[in-house]
Design a protein around this ligand. Structure first.
Ligand SMILES: [Zn+2]
Length: 252
């Protein structure tokens, strides 16, 4: 078993033993942090990287706030080709390490924005049944999920459902047709690939009718995947779809 795979079950081990086996490391710089027994479960940065993270969030805030009104919520900008930034390190960690504390961290920071956006929506029909938010995700290619041992978008959806007291459901399926990896394609190629790569799960139509559905992912690049999945859900009768990612691809 790889050390990374073992880490995903860390929360079940008492803090003292976790400190001995895998002392916590900063997700930004890899430096050792205070022991788990002394820090919050969702503390993932050393003080320096924490400060860099906070300023990256503030830097992205004006656009993130404007997008919240259009149902797109994210925390930071991700700059391709900028490997040393704290947001870039965090995205890498989310994609390839999958520690539970990292998903708890991002979910804890996305949840207030999401709930605030939902609270500003016009009230639904008086007397209409109020449902909890429904969280779902676009699945990765099976081979990619197998390589890392998990699907990061699924973990995000589950963590956000917990942070927002919502429901989690796997509503989208990956077909065998969309074989290309999105990151290898241009914008037009991505839209075309997304349209053939994702379909609705057979039971989804019964679940989503009239509901607010939140599609979760780590990164929004062109938005082709998320927009296609949103239109599938709207066609199936979802009342509203919100796209929620850790980062939005920004300018270099
Ligand atoms: Zn650090």
């Amino acid at each position: 078993m790889s050390p990374i795979r073992m880490r995903t079950g860390l929360s079940r081990i008492p803090a003292l033993f976790r400190d001995l086996l895998f002392p916590p490391r900063c997700v930004g710089c890899g430096e050792l942090m205070k022991p788990f027994s002394d820090i919050d479960d969702d503390e993932i940065f050393c003080p320096l990287c924490r400060a860099a993270w906070e300023s990256a969030v503030i830097e992205a805030a004006p656009e993130a706030a404007a997008d919240a009104e259009r149902g797109r919520i994210y925390l930071v900008h991700y700059r391709p080709g900028h490997p040393n930034g704290v947001p870039e390190k965090l995205i890498y960690h989310i994609k390839h390490a999958g520690e539970k504390r990292v998903f708890a961290f991002v979910a804890g920071r996305l949840a207030p924005r999401l709930l605030k956006t939902v609270a500003t929506l016009p009230a639904r029909e008086p007397g209409g049944e109020e449902h909890p938010l429904l969280f779902t995700y676009p699945p990765r290619r099976r081979s990619a999920a197998r390589e890392d041992g998990f699907d990061q978008a699924q973990r995000m959806a589950k963590a956000l459902a917990v942070a927002c007291a919502g429901e989690y459901a796997s509503l989208i399926r990956r077909t065998r047709r969309g074989r290309a990896e999105q990151k290898t394609l241009d914008a037009e190629g991505r839209a075309h690939n997304a349209a053939s790569a994702y379909v609705l799960a057979p039971e989804a139509a019964d679940t989503v009718r009239g509901r607010i559905v939140v599609i979760c992912d780590d990164l929004c690049t062109t938005g082709a995947t998320l927009n296609h999945c949103a239109s599938l859900l709207v066609t199936a009768g979802a009342g509203l779809v919100i796209l929620c990612t850790v980062a939005q691809t920004g300018k270099k």
